[in-house]
Design a protein around this ligand. Structure first.
Ligand code: AMP
Ligand code: MG
Length: 430
């Protein structure tokens, strides 16, 4: 049975980033840039004023004082045709181009304006030292044409979106986000808007997994429920294989109706691993479409599908990665967080793809029974003493309501151990 790190490594080895596609800049947030964004302009494109005030020749200001003739006014978006001579000043607003002949700006707060007839005189007092360049941002000081502003591989945040907007890149090339089909299995499941009859439960996993997938930046597609009948399961799996990723919930343990591994094999999905040393989530199944079978179906024109996700079109053709997630809700949730998250990040080109943990010290002692590393729902908070973590009361893999009180998973790896209060452990923060 694989350990968690081995299973994560195996997922990485059996997947690679999806192909790039062009999207409107506004849709790029959270996606990974596929090509270096090179500046085609200098920024700022001209020497510009950083203050509202007067553009002048710095040599005209002595000991912080001067009396100058105001010969023009220039607002942001305008340019002045005048060239400043000694004794001249031009009223200027923040962001406006510095007029020819000027080499400094004195801010308006240090000045007083008098108007006599048509003549305007500005008196500068207490301006301190006014060296050349004062309150001016030189052309290309922030950025010069030809430099790389956002490197390929960068996941786009607001600041990258802003920088790309400055470059005028209204459409950008990004690694596309995967489409993730979600198929619940089980004869006992009813839709969430129905009242369960005897022996029935609501299909909560489908919604939960879709929410997790969306949070990870991928596109969930809910396929509903497949009943525990081999033929029905096979048909629904075939439908799910048309996506980049297929998540099944339930039917992967050792019960009489745990038909998923056999149905996946019948559909041509090759098992990569089954079962991981983890709690909750041990029965996890992972596999991928046989590449040969994908190519064969291509020649028959079957596997090809066109993905349209609101303005992002691309021809999808790669293999489908499949997870059989254990049906118990917390198992499904934890496996999605750990393993599906890693696959999605890998496909989206997000580095590092494997889950990143924080450290935290336990608020109280905790007994970890058994020998499987356990991801225990917990509350994590940042305090003056660093990260603190408190495991919540949790009745096991079917106890979904315990996770509502949690914002993290506390990771207990040492078998049958009483962890004393203040022990420092790894935590996966939601
Ligand atoms: P299974 O792995 O199919 O044996 O399911 C294990 C447990 O998870 C059973 O108690 C199921 O009723 C429950 N379960 C399976 N699928 C779902 C689902 N979609 N939503 C909520 N609970 C589920
Ligand atoms: Mg089942």
């Amino acid at each position: 049975m694989l350990t968690v790190p081995e299973a994560l490594e195996s997922i990485i080895r059996h997947s690679s980033r999806l192909e790039p596609m062009r999207v409107p800049l506004a849709e790029g947030l959270g996606l990974v840039l596929a090509r270096d964004a090179i500046s085609d302009l200098d920024s700022p494109p001209f020497d510009k004023a950083l203050m509202d005030g007067y553009a002048l020749r710095s040599a005209d200001v002595r000991e912080g004082a001067a009396r100058l003739r105001v010969v023009d006014e220039v607002l942001a978006g305008q340019t002045s045709r005048r060239t400043i001579q000694s004794g001249d000043a031009i009223r200027i607003m923040t962001g406006a181009p510095i007029p020819a002949g000027a080499d400094a700006v004195v801010q308006v707060e240090r000045t007083q304006l008098e108007t006599t007839g048509t003549q305007q005189i500005v008196t500068i007092t207490n301006a301190g030292q006014v060296p050349p360049g004062r309150n001016i941002m030189k052309r290309a000081e922030s950025l010069s044409a030809g430099t790389c502003v956002v490197p390929a591989g960068r996941r786009l945040r607001a600041q990258e979106i802003g920088a790309l907007a400055e470059l005028g890149q209204s459409r950008i090339s990004v690694i596309r986000a995967p489409r993730v089909a979600i198929l619940a299995t089980g004869d006992e499941l009813v839709p969430i808007d129905e009242v369960p009859g005897p022996g029935q439960i609501r299909n909560s996993n489908e919604m939960m997994l879709a929410a997790q997938v969306r949070q990870m930046g991928a596109h969930p597609v809910m396929l509903g429920v497949a009943r525990d009948k081999p033929d029905e399961l096979l048909a629904r799996i075939r439908q799910g294989l048309e996506y980049d990723v297929l998540l099944l919930s339930g039917g992967v343990s050792a019960g009489k109706l745990d038909l998923v591994p056999a149905a996946l094999e019948a559909a041509g999905v090759q098992q990569v691993f089954h079962k991981v040393q983890v709690k909750p989530g041990q029965p996890l199944w992972f596999g991928t479409n046989r590449i040969e079978s994908v190519e064969r179906s291509h020649s028959l024109g079957e596997m090809r599908c066109y993905v349209n996700t609101g303005g992002m079109e691309s021809e999808e053709s790669g293999p489908c990665r499949v997870f059989g997630l254990p049906g118990n809700p917390v198992s499904s949730m934890v496996c999605c967080e750990l393993f599906v998250g890693t696959l999605i990040r890998r496909l989206m080109g997000i580095e590092p793809a494997i889950p990143q943990t924080f450290r935290g010290s336990l608020t109280r002692e905790h007994f970890h029974g058994g020998n499987r590393p356990t991801y225990h729902p917990a509350r994590w908070e940042w305090t003056d003493y660093g990260g603190r973590v408190e495991p919540v009361t949790w009745k096991g893999s079917a106890d979904l309501s315990a996770t509502v009180a949690a914002n993290a998973l506390a990771i207990f790896t040492e078998p049958d151990r009483l962890y004393p209060a203040d022990s420092v452990i790894d935590v996966l923060v939601w």
